[in-house]
Design a binder for this molecule. Structure first.
Ligand code: BG6
Length: 511
């Protein structure tokens, strides 16, 4: 495994812990070695020391000396500039030496844990150095981190660049959401349980809500975020994974292309918004200052490396329609944002209501009782809500849940979410990685939104207070259709979001 940008955070926080977990599970080959390649002035010795400190810092209680010793003996470092041919020659020699010492049989995967501007140049150099060639049954694969392009055109160009050197089956475009157990479980839930499929369509489902809410702001990533924004950062990748897994037709097998064909079909079936529809069916927001968990937090414009007049969105809500027989007229509402009231990612399926006649004379107001929530994080599980009669001499309806809780039913795990993805790459299973056509199809859906938003820069930012559920317009998006976002905090904990409307909103309206 060659890690580009090996001195960065990803190696420390995700890759090494994930490799250690794989080794513990007996899923890492004994014939394994890691070569780190980065610009920082280090050598193998100092790199090993740095990683030892990192690992100890992150796993002080669970530190496994014997296992770490095994890793240390197979970790190497090459210092170099990603544009320097000589560095790739040194890298090539180091790979050959590691191959010999650890018997890796010429099999190789390159992990690009670098800024996106380096993806094409690095792969180009690897091609020139002969480090992408597969021969005599040896495999070479390349894992590319997100973001994969920043719009449709750049994604197409990046695909073109990579495919000049690599074949599609060598390219593993990672989306870490697909490493989450709960995300993978959407497929199992839908296709291993025969009672679900008959309900999973427009006859029974009223609409779907997908939420990925974060309480953190942009933290130290202001410079990157200014060029991205919530739409690019979360929607064509993470939220569309959740959407396609929820909406796809059953594949004929769990083979990579069988699954990905069905996901791609959904992406192609999403109705592309006209400029007029972009204005009606999308909402953008940016957080002003506010209160999260009792603490005052900064407005986005006051975050480090963010312009004080920034118009970058930190919140987005969208209404999308999937134009096929299963989902015709079933809207999919998506929302994601930073500095929101509650950290939660979930898919909520709202079922249609029963005919009302039966309950007309009772105090029951809204018999839209059934709701299935797939809790992606942090409280992983699935719950199904239904109506029940509250004991008593008048007909009163209560709402109750049947719950599946991962931690309670299966125990907790220390998974980083990268284990399965690394393992799959090593065994050559690309099911959980993005194919070129999927990435391009996802950007095609988003591109009209990018265009309209660019042509009409947001006015009145900031428009939601940190610690709220986002701008009021996001509520209007559903209210217009006679619907409402699930009040997640209230339904899960009984608490109300303490921040309703922000001073920023009031100020923006006053001007
Ligand atoms: C990343 C985004 O891809 O996903 C971040 O760039 C976001 O902005 C993160 O915070 C969310 O991932 P998770 O696993 O914490 O939900």
């Amino acid at each position: 495994m060659v890690i580009y940008g090996a001195t960065g955070d990803l190696t420390k926080r995700k890759l090494l812990p994930a490799l250690a977990n794989l080794a513990r599970e007996g899923l890492l080959s004994q014939q394994f070695a890691i070569v780190g390649f980065a610009f920082d002035q280090m050598n193998t010795q100092t790199f090993r020391e740095k990683l030892t400190e990192d690992v100890k810092e992150l796993s002080s209680e669970t530190f496994d000396t014997a296992l770490w010793q095994w890793f240390l003996e197979r970790i190497y470092y090459i210092q170099g500039d990603f544009s320097d041919n000589a560095a790739y020659q040194r890298l090539k020699e180091q790979i050959a030496a590691a191959d010999k010492s650890h018997g890796t049989q010429g099999n190789l995967f390159h992990y690009l844990a670098v800024a996106p501007k380096f993806f094409s140049p690095i792969v180009g150099k690897l091609g020139e150095a002969g480090l992408t060639q597969e021969s005599n049954g040896r495999w070479v694969r390349v894992i590319v981190e997100k973001p994969f392009g920043h719009d449709l055109e750049s994604a197409i160009q990046l695909n073109r660049d990579l495919k000049e050197i690599l074949s599609e089956r060598q390219i593993y475009r990672i989306d870490h959401y697909l490493g989450k157990e709960t995300v993978q479980n959407v497929l199992v839930f839908r296709f291993a349980n025969p009672i679900i499929e008959p309900l999973w369509n427009r006859t029974y489902i009223d609409h779907v809500q997908i939420t990925a809410a974060e309480t953190v702001g942009v933290e130290h990533r202001g410079a990157f975020y200014e060029t991205a924004g919530a739409l690019r950062d979360m929607v064509p990748n993470h939220l569309f994974q959740l959407l396609t897994l929820t909406a796809m037709e059953p594949p004929i097998s769990f083979e990579a292309d069988a699954v990905r064909d069905k996901q791609a079909e959904i992406l192609h079936a999403i109705q592309v918004l006209t400029p007029e529809e972009v204005l009606q069916n999308t909402v953008r927001g940016q957080y002003g200052e506010g209160l999260i968990n009792g603490e005052r937090v900064n407005a986005y414009r006051n975050e480090p490396n963010v312009s004080p007049t920034s118009n970058t969105e930190t919140f987005v809500a969208l209404k999308l329609k999937i134009d096929n027989w299963r989902w015709g007229d079933v809207p999919f509402y998506l929302r994601t944002g930073k500095s929101l009231c509650h950290r939660v990612t979930e898919i909520a399926i709202r079922f249609r209501r029963t005919p009302f006649t039966l309950f007309r004379r009772s105090p029951i107001r809204d018999p839209r009782t059934n709701q299935l929530v797939i809790h992606i994080q942090p409280d992983e599980g699935i719950s199904l809500r239904f109506g029940a009669k509250i004991p008593g001499s008048v007909m009163k309806l209560g709402l109750v849940n049947m719950d599946f809780d991962y931690a309670r039913d299966f125990g907790t795990s220390h998974s980083t979410g990268y284990e399965r993805l690394l393992y799959d790459c090593m065994i050559g299973d690309a099911t959980l990685f993005q194919r070129a056509d999927m990435v391009e199809a996802a950007w095609s859906v988003i591109q009209p939104v990018i265009d309209v938003w660019k042509a009409l820069p947001a006015r009145g930012f900031p428009n939601y207070a940190a610690g709220s559920w986002g701008p009021l317009e996001a509520d209007d998006l559903l209210e217009r259709d006679g619907r409402a976002w699930r009040d997640i905090l209230a339904e899960e904990t009984g608490a109300k979001c303490p921040v309703a409307t922000s001073p920023a909103v009031t100020a923006a309206k006053a001007t």
